[in-house]
Design a protein around this ligand. Sequence first.
Ligand code: OSB
Ligand code: MG
Length: 367
Amino acid sequence: IRIEAAELRLVRLPLLTPFVISTGTVTEKLFPLLTLRAEGLEGHAEGVMDPLPDYLEETLPAALPFLRQAVLPQVVGQRFESPAQLAPILDPWRGHRMAKAMVEMAVWDLWAKALDLPLCAALGGVRETVEVGVSLGITDIPATLDRVRAALEAGYRRVKLKIRRGHDLALLAAVRAEFPDAKLTVDANTDYGLGDLPLLKSMDRFGLDYIEQPLAFDDIQDHAKLQAQMLTAICLDESIRSATDARQALTADAARVVNIKVGRVGGFGPARAIHDLCAAFGVPVWCGGMLESGIGRAQNIHLATLPNFTKPGDTSSASRYFRRDIVEQPLEAEAGLMAVPRHGPGLGVTLDRAYLATVSDAPEFFR
Ligand code: OSB
Ligand code: MG
């Protein structure tokens, strides 16, 4: 396929309710949407970088000139036999994995469409539906209990509670008392340190499936120290940016579960490499989320069809976050299962262009 043109736009979708995690609050989802054109086909990808560096270092204001001035001019006009052939263009640039992922994922979508295959088939997926849970932002304990009840009644396969220092043990005790058998996990988004070892160890009594990213975003060694002291599995999110990070974490026993986010690791190729490495170590993975719209959700669902995605992912129903999505197909879970979108090859979703025009800036064109 020869990439003939690219289109880049910023999309702004208000969230139905603010999403609060230990590092901050999101009230609207602002994201870049990339479209690549080739041979009458369009490949789409959603970027997951935030306006400010509160999840990882990468930011939207830095990603845009990187895409505009460096990557898109190198890609447009070029011919690629497969997404792997992007490596000589993308690999030399440092960092910016979320921006690189956009280009890589859009080429995967185009490539799958050119082959007339659903993206999951092009990736090597093995299932038609993926198990999903919910990620519940921070609020008070009574409101959290209501949200947990609603999620379990809707059939979600696990409930992940966002925690932070001072909003942890009492919350867990209350949720566990009311839902003794629920599959529960917590996500600290890096809020703790090794100084909190006694507190973190005391979480062992709640029977959590794992504790996600308790320590620093750029740490592996301290997580290994913590894992050695805990019965509960540690799951790494922020700390795993590459297959090298995954290898170091797995060989150090710093994580017994890995959250894979395709944007965080730079695309489907690296995501699959991490998936394969985890499988070789007998470590289960699950697909994380970044409050994506329908394009990003479709990316996640296709990825999660790979065999070692054996724990429920975070791609819950789009209607939990948005009044209206930018894709025409509703991405809604039923009884905790999300069907792989199959409205045509590739991502299997189509843009709702009329609505998109009302929530995005005018696109920038590259040709
Ligand atoms: O740590 O998994 C995270 C959202 C924004 C930033 C970080 C995280 C999250 C989530 C979202 O937990 C889950 C979702 O997309 O539903
Ligand atoms: Mg996380």
